[in-house]
Design a protein around this ligand. Structure first.
Ligand SMILES: CC(C)(COP(=O)(O)OP(=O)(O)OC[C@H]1O[C@@H](n2cnc3c(N)ncnc32)[C@H](O)[C@@H]1OP(=O)(O)O)[C@@H](O)C(=O)NCCC(=O)NCCS
Length: 178
């Protein structure tokens, strides 16, 4: 299943669809350059513009990896993005999320987008294990992964620096059950 062949996915508060060129607008580029949004992501070390965003979008074409736009169910405005990198040979898929619209943080949009995508992915042919990772100080992300039924499978101690402080990288996983 390629990302451009995937159906629209409906959660309770968000809908997910493939990210397109038209989704690269000033709001989106603003999120990537917003220190609060990328504080715990390695995107913080880069400067983003329309061109770098187009390059990133192109990097998905024909790969089987997913780049999705998460949109509010109510008015379809873009709230953030999700990615999923597939390793078909191993039957694994690594998922990431960015809710760029800070005004909706803490209202369940991230959880809904995460659950909607991960439940769907684990039903797809050839996928047997879902993985994701974050730093030990990304409390929102940890909560979101744990509430989706993922469990901690590995820790890389003091692997990254956040504001100069060494923090652990936490690796979570969930296996397909059937
Ligand atoms: C992490 C992120 C996806 C969470 O999205 P969200 O829409 O705010 O998440 P939800 O509202 O669905 O929250 C899930 C739970 O985590 C909690 N939470 C969210 N942010 C939190 C924070 N900074 N500290 C503690 N708890 C937090 C929420 O309160 C909620 O728990 P509750 O229902 O018990 O209140 C979002 O903040 C984000 O995209 N951040 C920037 C990018 C990022 O860090 N991505 C992950 C990189 S690995």
């Amino acid at each position: 299943m390629l990302s451009d062949e995937m159906p629209l996915l409906f959660g309770e508060k968000v809908l997910l669809r493939p990210f397109t060129q038209a989704d690269i607008d000033d709001r989106y580029i603003g999120w990537l350059n917003d220190p609060a949004v990328v504080r715990l992501s390695n995107q913080r070390f880069r400067k983003h513009d329309r061109e770098s965003s187009m390059r990133y979008l192109s990097s998905f074409s024909g790969t089987g990896n997913f780049f999705l736009s998460a949109r509010a169910m109510s008015d379809h405005r873009q709230l953030g993005t999700l990615t999923a990198y597939l390793s078909l040979h191993h039957g694994t898929i690594d998922v990431g999320i960015m809710i760029g619209d800070k005004s909706v943080w803490g209202q369940g949009y991230g959880q809904d987008a995460w659950n909607t995508l991960t439940i769907w992915l684990l039903k797809q042919k050839g996928i047997r294990k879902l993985t994701a990772g974050t730093t030990s100080v990304n409390y929102g992300m940890i909560k979101l992964m744990e509430r989706s039924g993922m469990t901690l499978e590995a820790v890389r101690k003091e692997q990254e620096l956040v504001a100069g402080v060494p923090v652990d990288l936490l690796y979570y996983a969930k296996f397909r059950q059937d």
